[in-house]
Design a protein around this ligand. Structure first.
Ligand code: DAH
Length: 345
């Protein structure tokens, strides 16, 4: 018996793959393996001899199992070391330029806007593309028959009261209802209106800012957006004007124009003879504050909203809005950005 143990152990030692160890296990301990057969043959012995022989065979079986296990562990550690050595990756190799992805101009714009406003304590509030009329209109001081609702070319869904949001302003409502002032948020993302030509797509993007605190006035609003626009377009002497306007959810309301020139047919943002309308803004209407449970006698707020597809188009010289959403890789390569460039905020 000892002789058998010794020679089996030697055979196991000589295995040089996990497969060989497994074959050996089957040969000895499998259903009709040699040791299994020995155990089966015990039945024919008398009880005294069976006990003695049984103990011996069980000892043999334990020794072999243990030996097999040790060999298997050593081999799998060896195999892993070999694989790791073979599969090393040289991270110092240069990248292949043709494999470079680019950041979409809109992704880049979002990064620029959010990192700029983050410096002043604005956080990003997330809303839903599917909204109800209550948050999209009613709470924003547009009651059921308010004419401003007609301007929005709304997509109505098959469920009562449900629509695709026509602007990011409902996020103001959701935030004010659930957050105690002071509030500083940006809400940005997709909005939907039934419109399609070179400067309109049924889905586009807006970014909205909201500040609610004690003692907030138009001066805060004006300096906030002046500084942002100067930074965004990288023009220090950017002319800007606020034109009186109307939005149901702000009072007073204004439209913001920035200076530009069209000399020689090329549009250039900066000092010039022309103006470009760029965003809407105003002081949050007391009715809107009150609707959200914010006391308008204690708190005031300002808000602004703009389409950042248009901001990107102006900044990066994109003539048509539609290719922004067509996913053409040649366009992305031309107009996209390297992910390694800083946003410069
Ligand atoms: N929600 C407006 C729109 O889609 C844009 C807007 C105007 C947002 C003025 C504002 C604001 O927050 O104060 O036309």
């Amino acid at each position: 018996m000892n002789q058998a143990l010794k020679s089996w152990k030697q055979e196991i030692d000589q295995c040089d793959s996990i497969k060989m160890v497994e074959d050996m296990r089957i040969r000895l301990l499998g259903k009709s393996g040699e040791i299994t057969q020995m155990l089966k043959s015990l039945g024919s012995l008398d009880p005294e001899a069976r006990r003695e022989k049984g103990a011996e065979i069980n000892h043999l079986k334990d020794e072999i199992s243990q030996h097999l296990e040790i060999k298997r562990t050593t081999l799998s550690a060896q195999e892993l070391t070999e694989r790791l050595a073979k599969e090393t990756l040289d991270v110092t190799l240069p990248t292949r330029p043709e494999a470079f992805g680019t950041l979409h101009p809109l992704t880049r714009t979002v990064e620029e806007i959010t990192s700029y406003f983050a410096q002043f304590g604005f956080s990003v509030a997330v809303g839903n593309d599917i909204e109800d009329e209550e948050h999209n209109f009613t709470a924003l001081n547009m009651s059921e028959h308010h004419p401003a609702r007609q301007d929005h070319d709304t997509f109505y869904l098959n469920a009562p009261q449900m629509i695709l949001r026509t602007h990011t302003s409902p996020v103001q409502i959701r935030t004010m209802k659930t957050t105690q002032p002071p509030i500083r948020i940006l809400s940005l993302g997709r909005v939907y209106r039934c419109d399609f030509d070179a400067t309109h797509t049924p889905m586009f993007h807006q970014v909205e800012g909201l500040v609610v605190d004690k003692g907030i006035h138009m001066g805060h609003l004006k300096s906030c957006i002046t500084n942002f626009l100067k930074h965004f377009f990288n023009v220090d002497d950017l002319p800007m004007r606020l034109r009186p306007s109307f939005f149901p959810f702000t009072e007073p309301s204004a439209e913001v124009d920035i200076g530009c020139s069209r000399e020689g047919g090329a549009l250039k943002i900066g000092p010039g003879k022309d103006w470009l309308e760029i965003m809407g803004c105003g002081m949050v209407h007391p009715k809107v504050l009150a609707y959200c449970g914010v006391d308008p006698d204690i708190y005031q707020g300002f808000a602004f909203g703009m389409g950042y597809d248009r901001l990107s188009m102006l900044k990066y010289g994109l003539p048509d809005i539609r290719p922004l959403f067509e996913g053409d890789i040649r366009w992305s390569k031309h107009y996209g950005f390297s992910p390694f460039h800083s946003t410069g905020a």
